[in-house]
Design a protein around this ligand. Structure first.
Ligand code: NAD
Length: 283
């Protein structure tokens, strides 16, 4: 029976530590500030943005949300980002995805100054992360690394299989695990015989967005299983990509959904905002 990795508790602990760090920064005259830009009416995005705003308040980071209507043009959004780039009181800028269809996501993400790109999606930050230099790594993979460290789970030399290769989770996860000296296999929708890969894994990280992508027969005895997925089950309850009830009997460590990776994602966004403020004032 696996140890359940408590992302909620770790997130609370890290937020307490951040609160003290932010207080110290404020005493030194540094006021970390995040601006989140939200375009349109997507209900899930509104919930995510509210949670980010609340988390900033908890640790003392100044947080501003700019809400724009669904029909906002790309030009208008780019002008707003341009002003935020210039504004020296703003340390971090985050544009909530997805964007309405008249706006090109790539163009918008590339318009954010890399030094203020606390989501870590700008190609400069993607490059810096892959060569192991100082930049910003995306929040979800960073949160997973923090959880592995918290539970003293060794990464170096371990076989790590990642299911999913998106730009926001799977690919940066692979880069970070490689940086921590794991032997990494990236699996995706075109992978033949997924189970053949996962059965070799000491650590399996699942970010496919499909229920039951990982079942107990696909997992080695004693493996560490990290579930990034966020789906709804038949009763409408939040669930992950892993058959949690069966896999937890075989794994040594497992993250639940909810209460695993999710809370850590927001915590790492706060961490990146604090880092941005520190670097900004160091410069
Ligand atoms: P995505 O749809 O962009 O990418 C999914 C990836 O999984 C693709 O690379 C695809 O090839 C692969 N895939 C899909 N079905 C597969 C299968 N049957 N076998 C093997 N590979 C398969 O999704 P994403 O943005 O990376 O998000 C993945 C999941 O993680 C979603 O459920 C999302 O809601 C969740 N998520 C959670 C958090 C969090 O904080 N907890 C953050 C980001 C994303």
């Amino acid at each position: 029976m696996a140890t359940i990795m408590d992302g909620k508790a770790l997130s609370q602990k890290l937020k307490q530590q951040m609160k003290l760090r932010v207080e110290e920064m404020k005493q030194a005259g540094i006021m970390p500030k995040l601006v989140v830009v939200l375009v349109g009416n997507d209900p899930a995005s509104h919930v995510y943005v509210r949670n980010k705003h609340k988390a900033c308040n908890e640790v003392g980071i100044l947080s501003e949300v700019i809400e724009l209507p669904e029909e906002t043009s790309q030009q208008t959004l780019l002008e707003i980002i341009g002003k935020l780039n210039q504004d020296s009181t703003v340390d971090g800028i985050l544009v909530q995805l997805p964007l309405p269809k008249q706006i090109n996501e790539k163009t918008v993400l590339r318009a954010i100054l890399p030094e203020k790109d606390v989501d870590g999606f700008h190609p400069v930050n993607v490059g810096l992360m892959s060569i192991g230099d100082e930049g910003f790594a995306p929040a979800t993979p960073s949160g997973i690394i923090a959880m592995l460290h918290e539970y003293h789970i060794p990464i170096a030399g371990k076989n790590c299989v990642i299911i999913g290769r998106s730009n926001i989770v799977g690919k940066p996860m692979a880069a970070l695990m490689l940086r921590h000296d794991a032997t990494v296999t990236s699996c995706h929708s075109k992978t033949k015989d997924l189970a053949q890969h996962t059965r070799q894994a000491d650590i399996v990280i699942v970010a496919a967005g499909r229920r039951n992508v990982l079942t107990a027969d696909m997992v080695k005895e004693g493996a560490v299983v990290i579930d990034v997925g966020m789906n709804r089950n038949d009763e409408g309850k939040l669930c992950g990509d892993v058959d949690f009830a069966a896999v937890k009997e075989k794994a040594s460590y497992i993250t639940p959904v909810p209460g695993g990776v999710g809370p850590m994602t927001i915590t790492e966004l706060l961490e990146n905002t604090i880092l941005a403020a520190q670097r900004h004032h160091r410069a």
